[in-house]
Structure formats: C-alpha cells, structure tokens
Write a protein that binds this ligand. Structure first.
Ligand SMILES: N[C@@H](CCC(=O)N[C@@H](CS)C(=O)NCC(=O)O)C(=O)O
Length: 205
C-alpha cells in the first residue's frame, strides 16, 4: 500500500483518518499511544523529526501538517472530492476555513488546553488562561456568526469542516465546551454524526 498514516488517538491525525474515511481512500494505519516521551525518542523522531502527530508517508515521501495532508489525499487520490477549485464561487471561503481551523485558531486552542488541561496546575499562568480564552472565544464567535441553522461552513460538507471541527473537538474534550455558541454546538453535533467521523474515532487498535 502506498499511503501509511501514523495515528494517535484524539490527536490531529484524526483529521487525516476522518478524511480518508470520508473519501474512501485506502491507507495503512499504524495506531500508537499518545505518549510524548516516546514521540521525542529516536525511533519516532526518525519518522517525524518534529516529534509531532500526524505524519504520513506516500511511498518514500514524508508529509506532516494535518491540513496539508487532508488536501493532499483529496486532490491526489480522490479527484478533489470535498475540496473547492479556483473557479468555484466559494473557493475563497473554502481556503479561509480550511486554514482557519489550524492556522487561525489552533495556536489559541493549544494555549487554552495547555492552561486548562495539559499542564500541571503549578505550571499554569492565570493571565495566559484569560488571554487564551479570550482569543479562542473570538475565533468561536467568528464561526458562530458564519453558521446557518442547519448547514456546514460552505453550502455542503467539505474539508473545511474537517479542519474546523478538530479544534472544536479539542475544546470540548478538555471541558471548555461552554465557550461554544448554540449554532456551533448544533453544527458540531451534526457533523460528528457522520459515519466517517465515528469510524475514525473508533480506531484505537
Ligand atoms: N500544525 C500541526 C500541529 C501538530 C501538533 O502539534 N500535533 C500535536 C497533537 S494534536 C502533537 O503532536 N503534540 C505532541 C507534542 O507537541 O509533544 C498539524 O496540524 O499537523
């Protein structure tokens, strides 16, 4: 098999696994425990010198960055399904949301989960938590204002949703879900009812 994804449960490799499921693209999946010490050990650094997840191989080609990976899989192995092309009317908004999910809000959400869940209590800095919450809320308000009652970020489900749902998932599993607006909560529920999401989340072996 050409594609091989290293998957760590609940990590950003979930975006890639979910996209593979949605697109029906075959890949070898190696699931590993989210153990930061092992991720910084030589065996894993040989796979991904950043010591992060995800990393995927296409033959000898190594690719990191979860949002790049979902576009790669869709464009290279699924005829661009779930993407938009330059001549589509919503191409600009597609790119905006695709990148917003990681570049726009990923850093703030990382800070928030660090200050509320990942870091030991004695390493947390109250002012950083306030700042992370404020910036995350700013991103969430932007999402809320752009959602309709029953749709997706664009007029149909796309990779942009796969990108943006992941930070929403992180916010929820770290018990920061009260920051989400009503439409965003309904959107999260709607999108995560998809079979492909459920299959990707169920992958723990
Ligand atoms: N922008 C990167 C972020 C990768 C990243 O930070 N992944 C986290 C897990 S979701 C990680 O590997 N953390 C382990 C660590 O930093 O030690 C992407 O989207 O792939």
């Amino acid at each position: 098999m050409t594609l091989k994804l290293f998957h760590f449960q609940n990590s950003r490799s979930l975006r890639v696994l979910w996209a593979l499921e949605e697109l029906g693209v075959e890949a070898e999946i190696e699931t590993r425990q989210m153990d930061r010490t092992k991720m910084k050990a030589p065996e894993y650094l040989a796979l991904n010198p950043l010591g992060k997840t995800p990393v995927m191989f296409d033959g000898d080609e190594r690719i990191v960055e979860s949002v790049a990976l979902i576009e790669y899989v869709a464009n290279k192995y699924a005829d661009g399904r779930l993407t938009r092309r330059p001549d589509d009317a919503d191409y600009g908004r597609y790119l905006q949301w695709l990148h917003f999910g990681e570049a726009g809000m990923g850093g703030y959400v990382n800070m928030l989960i660090g200050q509320t869940a990942l870091l030991p209590a004695e390493h947390r800095i109250p002012a950083m938590k306030v700042w992370a919450e404020k910036e995350t809320k700013n991103c969430l308000d932007f999402i809320e204002a752009n959602l309709s009652e029953d749709g997706y970020l664009l007029d149909a489900f796309s990779l942009a949703d796969i990108s943006v749902i992941y930070p929403l998932f992180l916010i929820k599993i770290t018990k920061n879900g009260a920051l989400l607006g009503d439409r965003t909560n309904a959107y999260f529920k709607r999108v995560t009812a998809r079979e492909a999401w459920k299959k990707a989340c169920a992958r723990v072996d």
